[in-house]
Structures are given as structure tokens and as C-alpha cells.
Design a protein around this ligand. Sequence first.
Ligand code: AMP
Length: 130
Amino acid sequence: MATIFTKIINGEIPSYKVAEDDNFYAFLDINPLAKGHTLVVPKKEVDYMFDLDDETLAGLHIFAKKIAKAIEKAVPCKRIGTTVIGLEVPHAHLHLIPIKGINDMNFEKPKLKFTDEEFKQILEDIKKHL
Ligand code: AMP
């Protein structure tokens, strides 16, 4: 069965899309740890990051680089933290999180809530810098 991320990539489930190309797709995390928290996924459906072929693994990070630079310009932060967890959705993905300190990477913290308008505004702010 297709993962929720494949359904997002195929447009069957809506997402706040930041960017896509032939092989990769970036969208806002719906339960963000920070404003601008973005997920970057390969269109190829593979569960575990380290089972990706080398080209896809490298390409994912190269694609994420320009997204991270745009988020960095759109959201006040010290840098973009990256992490891979994948315990919830079995489709390899990279979390890009604007951080000011280590605690901003704590996934046990309560997630932020944004309205649809707020998500759209964040998206617009990031896309301006792409
Ligand atoms: P993990 O697999 O542990 O890295 O967590 C999956 C992440 O995907 C979580 O941060 C969720 O908030 C996020 N997520 C799950 N479903 C959606 C969705 N439909 N749109 C955006 N983000 C999602």
C-alpha cells in the first residue's frame, strides 16, 4: 500500500508544497516543531534512509540544501537542523528544522499549531527565497 507521503506526492492528499523536481518533494510538516519545519522525501518509496541507492541518498541532500537555504532566509534561526527519524511514516524523509538551540530539535516537545492561513504564509515566505 502506498505511504501517506506517496499519496501527498501524487496529489491524492493535500500538502503545503515547498518544492519538487523529478525525484524529490518538499512540504511543510503538519505537526511542526518550529515555524518552517519541512520534510524532504524521495519520490521513490523506500522506508529506510540507508536503504536508498547512493544516487537518491545524495540527491535528496542536494535537493534539501536549496530548501534549507530558503527556510533559513525566511525564518529567524541560527541554522537549519536536520534529522532522520522515520518511526512514524515508512517512507524515507529528512526533517529540516529552523533552530536556535539544541532543544529546538527535541521531538518530545509539544508540536506547534498553525492555521491554514499561517501555513500558507510560511510557505509563501520560504518560496520567495527559492
Ligand atoms: P517520523 O516518521 O517519525 O520522522 O515522523 C513523520 C513526520 O511526518 C511527523 O513529523 C509528522 O508530523 C509528519 N507528517 C505525517 N503526516 C503528514 C502530513 N499529511 N503532512 C505533513 N506532515 C506529515
